[in-house]
Write a protein that binds this ligand. Structure first.
Ligand SMILES: *[C@@H]1O[C@H](CO)[C@@H](O)[C@H](O)[C@H]1NC(C)=O
Ligand SMILES: *[C@@H]1O[C@H](CO)[C@@H](O)[C@H](O)[C@H]1NC(C)=O
Ligand SMILES: *[C@@H]1O[C@H](CO)[C@@H](O)[C@H](O)[C@H]1NC(C)=O
Ligand SMILES: *[C@@H]1O[C@H](CO)[C@@H](O)[C@H](O)[C@H]1NC(C)=O
Ligand SMILES: *[C@@H]1O[C@H](CO)[C@@H](O)[C@H](O)[C@H]1NC(C)=O
Ligand SMILES: *[C@@H]1O[C@H](CO)[C@@H](O)[C@H](O)[C@H]1NC(C)=O
Ligand SMILES: *[C@@H]1O[C@H](CO)[C@@H](O)[C@H](O)[C@H]1NC(C)=O
Ligand SMILES: *[C@@H]1O[C@H](CO)[C@@H](O)[C@H](O)[C@H]1NC(C)=O
Ligand SMILES: *[C@@H]1O[C@H](CO)[C@@H](O)[C@H](O)[C@H]1NC(C)=O
Ligand SMILES: *[C@@H]1O[C@H](CO)[C@@H](O)[C@H](O)[C@H]1NC(C)=O
Length: 524
């Protein structure tokens, strides 16, 4: 009886739908599928709204100021939003957007940074290089139909190559560990400024993919050589060391020593750990020692104070910051990628415990969204665990008691990490609650942050309407936030994280640009 009513409901929905791409039989058969398809369509519309706002008022500058239709060039003036949006537009098969971006990219001059701003090796690699390499992989793979000419793809490849060639001098240090803040004009950098763990450890996927694509090993060699210092760390002060598998944050360019033992899964450290397992996905035979390091880091994090439970909500698990010797009970939106990353590791290693640990982190990060007035999670929060709680309930903040945590920085910068982890959780479990949570999150972002010609960061997730708009729309909203919100609903997408037991054919860089894994690469 229930099934019958669902079927009837599905027929009503479909006969009133103008979408003729799907044969009638398939439409009648699957009601849940339709709900997610409609959601995916609505997210694509939101993406295109934001794109056309940018195209009208800011293109080809780096980003739009949506409230006064102005723009800025915080990423060296090469059109960060356009390059970051490419892979998402391809997956959504937004043909006009793809065509516009493909026509633009060959005109970028990566030799010159606008206003001689320093170039961040890390940001440039994950946004620009990653975006172009992904364009090549998608347009020579399942989305060939979106480009009319092979010249488009050749141009992407040449631009990626020219950018990497220009940035290569970053590795010209006594150790080969790259500097991050590059002066393009003089091709130099401050040799005394240490490099961060996430900087040195996040280049390897993009630079290795580039090497494989153009058959020039140097790019892979440079990044893998630098990575060896991270895999076999030495510490300036050897008396204190972080937990097994974990690392400090700052690295001396001339000695390769870690200068501290601070760290965790938050900003500055995050994507070093993320890429250890992603390199294993890229080529399991070649990067198996990276996987071992990753598993060690996860084991240490899951079994120490780094995994912390608020005393009033012991069901929640947050990853803490680590000051070198102790856990600091504070976490961040950026660290919320970890749930999805642990799930990815669980999928490729066939390890159900890892999936459950990742789900616990993901579910807890989803709770910081549902605990606010806007339905959006804050930038940072803190809590007290059993040990720290002094037993005086009356002294406790009401929010700590109700929610388990208190907000310490209430802004929201259009970040993707929670949507990202929800996506991995859905791929691993098939549990529709993750699709619903992701949809609710996307709707909350759309309701609160959409303003003027696009979307803006907001100052306070726990006041009605989000407080003040920053009037700034980050390029990663296009690369990541829209993409993960869409992919979890777009069951039919030709590119996905594979489910348990299936072979992974794509790996997403930290900016959500999908790259072909090594076994899938045809001769190019
Ligand atoms: C309906 O679609 C969902 C989502 O793609 C899928 O998980 C489910 O197996 C489908 N059900 C049927 C009866 O085909
Ligand atoms: C960038 O510099 C390289 C190396 O000097 C040169 O080959 C290339 O033509 C330059 N590109 C542009 C667009 O000026
Ligand atoms: C790159 O590394 C490979 C393997 O370690 C080595 O055989 C090759 O000579 C290196 N190439 C360059 C240009 O250093
Ligand atoms: C190394 O760290 C230990 C423990 O914190 C400290 O006592 C010692 O002074 C440090 N040594 C140096 C050379 O900084
Ligand atoms: C699975 O993951 C758990 C949690 O990190 C770990 O303790 C266990 O050793 C892993 N199992 C295998 C077979 O690697
Ligand atoms: C996940 O969290 C639940 C609720 O706190 C807990 O019972 C379970 O043991 C956790 N799972 C893992 C693998 O730690
Ligand atoms: C958000 O504000 C409401 C009303 O002031 C409060 O009840 C709630 O605890 C706050 N949420 C968080 C996470 O602080
Ligand atoms: C986003 O907001 C716009 C404007 O309010 C609305 O038309 C659209 O339906 C919303 N989309 C979603 C997915 O909520
Ligand atoms: C918005 O900005 C104004 C002016 O800077 C400030 O007075 C006000 O407190 C802010 N509102 C919120 C909710 O943050
Ligand atoms: C638009 O707003 C930004 C900051 O929010 C400001 O820097 C800029 O001057 C404004 N532009 C115009 C044209 O008003």
């Amino acid at each position: 009886m229930r099934l019958y009513r669902i079927l009837v409901g599905a027929i009503v929905v479909f006969t009133s739908s103008a979408n003729s791409r799907f044969p009638p039989v398939a439409r009648i058969e699957n009601h849940t599928h339709t709900i997610s398809q409609k959601r995916a369509q609505a997210i694509k519309e939101a993406f295109e709204f934001a794109w056309y706002g940018y195209q009208t008022f800011a293109f080809p500058n780096d980003e739009l100021h949506p409230i006064n239709n102005s723009f800025s060039d915080s990423r060296n003036g090469w059109g960060a939003t356009a390059v970051d949006a490419l892979s998402t537009a391809i997956l959504m098969e937004s043909q006009d957007v793809v065509t516009t971006i493909l026509k633009y990219i060959p005109s970028i001059n990566f030799n010159v940074s606008k206003g001689n701003q320093p170039v961040s090796l890390f940001e440039t690699t994950i946004r620009y290089l990653g975006g172009m390499l992904s364009g090549v992989d998608l347009l020579t793979g399942p989305y060939q139909h979106l480009t009319e000419s092979p010249d488009d793809v050749t141009a992407l490849k040449l631009q990626a190559l020219s950018l990497a060639n220009k940035m290569k001098f970053a590795f010209d240090t006594p150790t080969g560990i790259p500097a991050n803040n590059l002066n393009f004009k003089g091709e130099n950098y401050d040799p005394f400024q240490p490099t961060g763990l996430a900087v040195a450890g996040t280049l390897i996927l993009e630079w290795t993919r580039l090497s494989d694509m153009v058959h020039v090993p140097d790019f892979a060699n440079l990044t893998q050589h630098a990575e060896n210092y991270l895999l076999l760390p030495t510490y300036k002060n050897a008396t204190i060391q972080p937990l097994l598998g974990l690392r400090g944050t700052s690295i001396d360019l001339s000695t390769g020593d870690f200068l501290d033992t601070k760290g965790g899964w938050g900003g500055g450290d995050d994507s070093y750990y993320e890429y250890l397992i992603k390199m294993f996905v890229y080529d399991p035979a070649h990067f198996s020692d990276y996987k071992d390091e990753w598993l060690q880091a996860v084991k240490s994090s899951a079994t120490s104070e780094i995994s912390s439970h608020p005393y009033s909500r012991p069901d929640l698990t947050f990853l803490t910051n680590w000051n070198g010797q102790d856990a600091i009970l504070r976490s961040s939106h950026l660290a919320c990628f970890a749930g999805g990353n642990w799930i990815l590791g669980g999928l490729v290693l066939g390890n159900q415990t890892l999936i459950e640990l990742g789900q616990n982190l993901t579910d807890s990060c989803a709770e910081i969204y549902t605990a606010t007035i806007t339905g959006i999670g804050p930038e940072t929060w803190s809590w007290e665990d059993e040990e720290f709680f002094d037993g005086d309930e009356f002294e406790e903040d009401r929010s700590t008691k109700e929610n388990g945590f208190i907000i310490t920085d209430p802004m929201y910068d259009l970040r993707p990490e929670v949507l990202e982890s929800l996506y991995y959780a859905y791929r691993a479990t098939g549990d529709k609650k993750y699709q619903d949570w992701s949809w609710n999150t996307f709707k909350a972002i759309n309701t609160t942050c959409r303003t003027g010609s696009g979307y803006s960061a907001i100052s306070n997730v726990n006041v009605t309407h989000g407080g003040n708009f920053s009037n700034f729309q980050e390029s990663f909203m296009f690369a990541e936030t829209f993409k993960y919100a869409w992919l979890i609903q777009a069951e039919d997408s030709k590119v996905h994280v594979a489910k348990m037991g299936e072979e992974q054919t794509w790996v997403f860089n930290t900016e959500a640009h999908p790259l072909k894994v090594r076994s899938q690469q045809a001769q190019q």
